[in-house]
Write a protein that binds this ligand. Structure first.
Ligand code: PGA
Length: 254
């Protein structure tokens, strides 16, 4: 299976010209390793069209979409709109977005709606799941199970085949991270996610689903999450905004 590397630019850059420059730099490395991996760039929505215009080698993804297609939703963007702007993928349920919900149930409910809208629009979802913290008793597993069951129950097998799951341990992400996750922790969760998908959709679906690792990946640890962690790709945040580091990261996994 070809690797899939998704670059989540988060809330950067500010200007369209900067987005274009970054996309051009990313295109160089995407073209170089096109046989080994596909690259999906997820810029802020205002830059989707700019990035999409840079090259077909780069696939473009949205960072979020509305959970509804009602037009009376000031400030939100529909899945059909981001598709129209050039997005082929959409991140659904990123932990930074889930954190804006009042609680886990509300977050899960929104994710279910968003996932349905993304699939309806014919966009490939990158569904993010991950626990807020780890404990020694394994309670964290039920958090991931709830997120997955809530999002996936009721979707068709055909829809499932379009879906990518990104495992993002929240405790390992960003400036407030307690520590880096280990490739072994990633591997355990990859197995666990496959089991949940297999319980819902059957063994072959569990074996086939693509799982990315997305907890603060950088150019030093990326390869281990693929080789030892058994992820079939990565969701890279801040490092993807630095072309030099991102190029080194891509070269290391390719
Ligand atoms: P990070 O973000 O690589 O900047 O830690 C990962 C993510 O949140 O997708």
């Amino acid at each position: 299976m070809q690797l899939l590397i998704a670059a989540n630019w988060k809330m950067a850059p500010e200007k369209a010209a900067e987005a274009q420059k970054l996309a051009k730099a990313t295109r160089v490395v995407a073209a170089k390793y096109a046989k080994k991996l596909s690259l999906v760039v997820c810029p802020p929505a205002v830059h989707i069209a700019t990035v999409a215009a840079v090259s077909k080698v780069l696939k473009v993804g949205a960072q979020s979409v509305a959970g509804t297609s009602e037009i009376a939703q000031t400030g939100l963007l529909s899945a059909a709109m981001v598709k129209g702007a050039g997005a082929k993928y959409a991140i659904v349920g990123h932990s930074e977005e889930r954190a804006r919900s009042q609680n886990a149930e509300q977050g899960n409910a929104l994710v279910r709606e968003q996932l349905a809208r993304v699939l309806e629009a014919g966009v490939f979802p990158i569904l993010c799941v991950g626990e807020k913290e780890r404990d020694t008793q394994g309670w964290y597993l039920s958090e991931v199970k709830d997120q997955l069951e809530s999002a996936l129950t009721g979707i068709s097998r055909k829809a499932l085949a379009k879906l990518v799951i990104a495992y993002e341990p929240v405790w390992a992400i960003g400036a407030k991270a307690t520590r880096e996750a280990t490739p072994v922790e990633c591997h355990e969760m990859v197995i666990y996610i496959r089991k949940i998908v297999a319980d819902l959709f059957g063994h072959s679906a569990g074996a086939a689903i693509r799982i990315l690792y997305g907890g603060s990946v950088d150019e030093k640890n990326a390869k281990r999450f693929i080789v030892e962690g058994n992820a079939q790709g990565l969701l890279v945040g801040r490092v993807s905004l630095d072309p030099k580091r991102f190029t080194t990261l891509i070269a290391s996994v390719a």
